[in-house]
Ligand binder design. Structure first.
Ligand code: PBG
Length: 330
């Protein structure tokens, strides 16, 4: 073929796609098991197992079963776990009092996991919603989610988790200035080596539905006065820069799939690791496509997670972690 004024026939991008080995060599982004953090839902009791109906394949498990899963995850090479406790209604109140109980479910889980699988990195959720009768991440008074009054509650929760042995406190509540407040509280008690992973750019998203179902934590009303407006991207940079100034070690963008532009923007603007949360609704969406034979599960999951990494995510929180670790072995 000869050149026309419209193209240069020397250039043929298909040369780099001609077979699997060449495509491998020309691959820009490679998903790795070491990028993954696996979120787990913890139940009270022993040998308890409840499937999360809205998330096919995900189960809430009591601690003895969680430990078994954590050992398997570790053996598969998954470096981190994110812990979410399922708190029974009779332990919920307006002030999330149970969250600071040194022998509460979360704190017990942290201690046991650190004893049984010491190498695994524990990210522990800090927010009032699993413990709150209002299902909100902050303290509610006359329908308003109070900011500054919520901070001491979050700090006490964070301290209880740090004392139990958490590696990274992970505030997911989106109150203003909670990173600085928690950092100070941790340092004042000598927990200078406990990290903070901030859910810095967390959007008020409809993709959290199955998670709220799993924790039975659906809020009274919505979370739009603290979680971000999905229409905004510059604001994400304000959120992450404030959190970094206040001492965050890692910043997260959440959800992931519909927010790849935000992951990319944040990655090019910060010098610390960026995490992406492949949230419950994204998980359910892909599972349902696969279950209905509308997509190959392995292909659609690997494509989605690779896209998150390509966008700039260093850590990826995903309910698919164990499946991905198995797939990436072969
Ligand atoms: C709440 C919290 C949520 C998730 C993690 N922490 C839900 C919410 O903000 O209502 C969502 C995770 C998911 O959907 O997988 N603090």
């Amino acid at each position: 073929m000869k050149d026309s004024k419209y193209f240069n026939s020397n250039i043929r991008l298909r040369r780099l796609r001609k077979n699997a080995a060449t495509r491998d060599l020309a691959t820009e982004t490679r998903l790795h098991t070491k990028n993954l953090v696996w979120p787990l839902f913890i139940l009270e009791g022993e040998n308890q197992r409840q499937e999360v109906k809205s998330m096919p394949g995900v189960e809430k498990l009591s601690l003895n079963l969680i430990i078994k899963e954590a050992k398997e995850a570790h053996e598969l090479g998954i470096p981190g776990l994110a812990l979410f406790p399922v708190i029974p209604d009779n332990k919920k109140d307006k002030k999330a009092s149970e969250s600071k109980n040194p022998n509460g479910l979360m704190q017990t889980a942290i201690k046991e996991l650190k004893k049984e699988v010491p190498e695994i990195v524990l990210f522990t959720d800090v927010a009032m919603d699993p413990y709150s009768t209002d299902g909100q991440d902050g303290l509610v008074e006359n329908g308003e989610i109070l900011n500054d009054e919520t901070l001491p509650i979050l700090a006490e929760m964070a301290l209880a988790q740090a004392k139990a042995g958490a590696d990274f406190i992970a505030p997911s509540d989106m109150m203003d200035h909670r990173i600085g407040y928690i950092r100070q509280a941790l340092d004042a008690q000598g927990f200078t080596n406990t990290g903070i992973m901030s859910y810095a750019a967390k959007y008020a998203s409809a993709f959290y539905g199955p998670f709220r179902d799993a924790l039975d934590s659906a809020p009274n009303g919505d979370k739009k006065t603290y979680q971000m407006n999905p229409a905004n991207s510059k604001e994400a940079l304000s959120e992450v820069s404030i959190d970094i100034n206040e001492g965050a070690d890692i910043v997260m963008v959440k959800p992931a799939l519909a927010y790849l532009d935000i992951i990319s923007l944040v990655k090019t603007n910060v010098n610390i690791p960026v995490a992406a949360y492949n949230v419950s609704g994204e998980y359910a969406m892909l599972k349902l496509l696969a279950k209905n034979n509308l997509a190959n599960e392995k292909e659609i999951v690997l494509e989605s997670l690779t896209a998150m990494k390509r966008a700039g995510a260093d850590l990826i929180f995903t309910y698919f972690a164990k499946d991905v670790a198995e797939w990436l072995k072969s």
